[in-house]
Design a protein around this ligand. Structure first.
Ligand SMILES: [Cu+2]
Length: 141
């Protein structure tokens, strides 16, 4: 599986501002995180991330509870969401697991075991979740 971050996406003043009132984009434009594919079978998967953006990013795997949608997590005063319950993190430039972030243009990966269910992949660099860096990943039996 590959997760793409498209940091160089279009920008514009008319994008809706998230309900926490923070600006919807930071300097380089809207941020996006796209999973290919968006549905995978349960088991051991390696989440591979390519940072196509202009700034450092990361990807964290968190479960979604029933009725919860990607993008709904509460954002703290530090611009980040809680990582409690994290199943894995790809944030090491050209490496596996947790690190200091994935540099622009670099890849990172992490291997996680996922049971059937719904998950959220997100970037928890301050401000990035609010800027739209999250997506849902569905795991089937
Ligand atoms: Cu990011």
């Amino acid at each position: 599986m590959t997760v793409w971050d498209m940091g160089r996406m279009r920008r514009g003043p008319n994008w809706p501002v998230p309900n926490n009132g923070r600006p919807a984009w930071y300097g380089m434009g809207m941020m996006r995180l796209v999973a290919h594919p968006t549905t995978i079978p349960a088991g051991k998967v390696t989440v591979r991330v390519v940072n196509e953006g202009t700034v450092t990013h990361e990807v964290i795997v968190l479960p979604l509870s029933a009725g919860q949608t990607a993008g709904e997590r509460a954002i703290g005063s530090d611009g980040r969401v809680s990582e409690a319950g994290s199943l894995g993190e790809a944030s090491r430039t050209c490496g596996s697991g947790a690190g200091d972030g994935i540099a622009s243009g670099a890849a990172a990966w992490t291997t996680v075991t996922l049971r059937p269910g719904r998950y959220e992949l997100l970037c928890n660099v301050p401000g990035h979740y609010a800027a739209g860096m999250y997506t849902e990943l569905d795991v089937t039996k």
